[in-house]
Design a protein around this ligand. Structure first.
Ligand SMILES: [Zn+2]
Length: 256
């Protein structure tokens, strides 16, 4: 496969030469464009910024032919292989392509290793901002919901992502996982005292599952809520009640 040949190429570079992170992203982008044979947009250059945030480890945006990458300071000392895996994961998303499981597990193992978790915690504290800007609503705090569910259901295994309330208070689109921006968005409509906590927790749980279970492709068709996703969703305690509560609250067809 072309892709694997490309990967080997990176290990055949002269002794002592290390790619810069920009070069890694650029190389992975070019390899994927060859492999997938289409491009989300013409990319001419890569711009990378280090960010002191702990809540969002990485972001990737395409704008005017430029790939803008934001990486948390926690990634500065990550091994080359981890940065490469992250580049694969982020760039796959803009190509709507599924990254190879080996990259996902390589990145996840690194992310969940105790020194990295400690690093992230230190960053979080030194920033003096445990909460994503905008995560605290009038009634619910998204960061609290996320942390609580992450501990209760996932042993803290879901990597930190950005959290935001939607601008409009939609009662049909209650939640959304945006992989390109690594952001979970909940409808502002849910940020109200008469929205039962269980129902709001369920929407957050559902979106967090999307972080763990990327879109699958079956016979060329995108499957967002595939069987493994649905099976995993059954772990939510009070699933039936939560769905009924949401239906009552929104009195509309649910989609999220
Ligand atoms: Zn969904």
């Amino acid at each position: 496969m072309l892709f694997r040949k490309g990967m080997q190429l990176s290990f055949e570079l002269e002794d002592g030469y290390r790619e810069t992170p920009e070069e890694t992203f650029w190389r992975v982008y070019r390899q994927m464009r060859l492999k997938v044979r289409r491009s989300p947009a013409e990319v001419r250059s890569v711009r990378l910024r280090w960010r002191p945030y702990a809540n969002s480890i990485s972001t990737l945006r395409l704008r005017d032919g430029e790939m803008h990458i934001g990486l948390s300071e926690a990634l500065r000392h990550a091994p080359d292989g981890v940065l490469e895996a992250l580049a694969e994961i982020l760039i796959s998303k803009i190509f709507r392509h599924r990254p190879a499981p080996e990259f996902q597990s390589r990145y996840r193992v690194w992310l969940n290793s105790p020194p990295v978790r400690a690093d992230l915690e230190r960053l979080r504290q030194s920033n003096g901002r445990k909460h994503t800007s905008g995560s605290a609503g009038n009634h619910y705090d998204l960061q609290q919901l996320f942390d609580d569910i992450n501990t209760r259901y996932f042993h803290g295994a879901i990597p930190p992502v950005s959290l935001a309330w939607s601008r409009s208070a939609s009662r049909t689109h209650l939640g959304h996982w945006d992989p390109a921006h690594q952001t979970i968005v909940l409808s502002r409509f849910l940020d109200r005292p008469d929205a039962p906590r269980l129902a709001v927790e369920y929407v957050m749980f559902h979106e967090m599952l999307h972080v763990l279970h990327p879109t699958e492709f079956e016979n060329g068709r995108r499957k967002v809520h595939h069987r493994r996703f649905r099976d995993a969703e059954k772990a939510f305690e009070g699933l039936t009640d939560a769905k009924a509560q949401l239906k009552r609250l929104c009195s509309a067809t649910l989609s999220f």
